[in-house]
Design a protein around this ligand. Structure first.
Ligand code: AMP
Ligand code: ZN
Length: 480
């Protein structure tokens, strides 16, 4: 069983890479800020969700149980506006994007969380109302113009997460036109006064709707308890969202809110953050419709350390496809060789070098979840496995390397993925290229050129070009 105590992660709170120490020896309570459901999530969002999934899988690899909650923000300015424009009830409008989120998350092999609370679920609205009541009782929240605000100067530890100087915070504080009653520009809204055309909930302090930050505090405290272990999101959430979550939670409970904060860097396009407002986004579905494999998207998103920015390109996706097909092909051939030799890959004895590779794999992930270093071990195992496969009597050793790769893949999850076309809609899935290339080769060897050409033309029609050379056939995607 892997050693839990060796895992070190950077904690945004304090800014250091430090031992990850949950409150319990066996269980990690983890909260992840989910989508604002007014549009289909883009692969920038999914970079963060895949990083969180790798973290979750690695915690399980280490032997923890994980109790994870991921919210859906289904009431805010954007969802309200979107539903009004679509002429639909808010709940119906947002449910559509939640379903699409699950389609994409399933296609990418993201493990399901234990809880998916929605901000408009009655039980969480009630939890939010209770939280605001406590803050009013503690005198740190105040009413102005029918809304309830949090008085930032009343919470001296404000800024502990983002380290933002008060002047920066002021510059960053957006004063919405409907918030001009607040005492101080950096105060943030907990409860927005009822407005015409907006959903409204009754509360002892007046009718209205929750502010955005409030939901994650209420849901986190409700589902995971005070002082839970891990809170995750993209770096754009550090300030103000997570800073405000800490302030309102700790001012209400008097206890530390979260032990460990984990933030993922952005996915960029041409050097700019992928975002819906810039219009530079790609969705998982769009990329699948172009014929990219979900495994390639997952692999690309996971291949760079979560604290480094990652510039998205389709060339990067194509490289990921090649990497995946090499590993998948080895695993398939190793199973075949093992079956022929009567060995089973399940009971394969791991060669000592494979055990060492697994140790290095774990060391890399223990070191602040260094996925790029850990992935290098997969490719070392691949090289050694292929070498074993080509040597006589090497089937058992190859099976050992295959077993090591499969163990690593319990964290990466991008190899041996099903094509995922059911969840991505009813389009045709990506072709099994290696199998088709082999079949074409066999057709050529038996001089069945009609069949060989049929395969080549079929792939060309799907934008995949085959190139023959003395060392074999390779494929590439046609540049558009
Ligand atoms: P939102 O729906 O905007 O609240 O975002 C959902 C999650 O995706 C949050 O954790 C964001 O920080 C994250 N996110 C948004 N854009 C990107 C991006 N370009 N790269 C990485 N994460 C992102
Ligand atoms: Zn949140």
């Amino acid at each position: 069983m892997p050693d839990k105590s060796t895992l070190r992660l950077r904690n945004t709170l304090g800014g250091r890479v430090e031992p990850f120490q949950p409150g319990s020896a066996d269980e990690v309570r983890m909260y992840t800020c989910g989508l604002t459901v007014y549009a289909r999530g883009h692969i920038g969002n999914f970079r963060t969700f895949v990083a969180q999934d790798i973290l979750r899988r690695y915690l399980r690899f280490k032997g923890y149980r994980v109790l994870q909650a991921m919210n859906f923000t289904d009431v805010d300015d954007k969802t309200i506006r979107g539903a009004a424009e679509a002429g639909e009830p808010l709940r119906d409008y947002t449910t559509r994007y939640i379903e699409e989120f699950f389609d994409d998350a399933d296609a990418l092999g993201i493990e399901r969380a234990e809880h998916y609370p929605r901000a408009t679920d009655q039980e969480y609205v009630e939890a939010m109302i209770r939280l605001v009541e406590r803050l009013l009782e503690n005198g740190i929240a105040y009413e102005a113009g029918g809304s309830i605000y949090f008085r930032v100067t009343g919470f001296p530890r404000y800024g502990q997460l983002s380290g933002a100087a008060a002047s920066d915070r002021l510059a960053g504080a957006r004063v919405d036109s409907d918030e001009y009653d607040k005492e101080d520009a950096q105060d943030f809204v907990l409860w927005k006064a009822a407005k015409d055309g907006e959903p409204v909930w009754e509360a002892p302090f007046g009718p209205g709707r929750p502010g955005w930050h409030l939901e994650c505090s209420a849901m986190g405290l409700e589902l995971l308890g005070s002082g839970f272990d891990l809170h995750c999101g993209g770096v754009d959430l550090v300030f103000p969202h997570h800073e405000n979550e800490i302030a309102q939670s700790e001012a209400a409970t008097g206890e530390p809110f979260v032990r460990h904060w984990f933030h993922c860097e952005h996915l960029l396009v041409d050097g700019r953050k992928m975002s819906k407002s810039l219009g530079n986004q790609f969705t998982v579905r769009e990329l699948l419709e172009e014929g990219f494999a979900p495994a390639a998207i997952r692999h690309l998103l996971a291949s760079v350390h979560y604290r480094q920015q990652l510039n998205f390109t389709k060339a990067g996706l194509r490289q990921a496809e090649v990497a995946i097909s090499r590993v998948d092909e080895f695993l398939r051939r190793s199973d075949e060789a093992a079956a022929r030799s009567g060995a089973s890959s399940d009971d394969a004895e791991l060669p000592a070098e494979a055990v060492a590779a697994l140790v290095r794999f774990e060391e890399a992930l223990d070191d602040d979840l260094n996925t790029s270093k850990a992935l290098a071990e997969v490719f070392i195992a691949l090289k050694e496995g292929n070498r074993a496969l080509h040597s006589p009597e090497g089937a058992v050793e190859a099976a050992g390397w295959a077993a090591a790769i499969r163990r690593m893949n319990s964290v990466f999850g991008s190899f041996e993925m099903s094509p995922g076309q059911e969840s991505a809609g009813d389009m045709e899935g990506p072709p099994d290229l290696e199998a088709l290339i082999r079949e074409r080769q066999e057709a050529r060897e038996r001089r069945d050129f009609a069949r060989a050409d049929e395969i080549r033309d079929g792939l060309a029609a799907r934008g995949i070009l085959l190139e023959d050379s003395s060392s074999g056939t390779i494929w590439r995607r046609r540049e558009d």
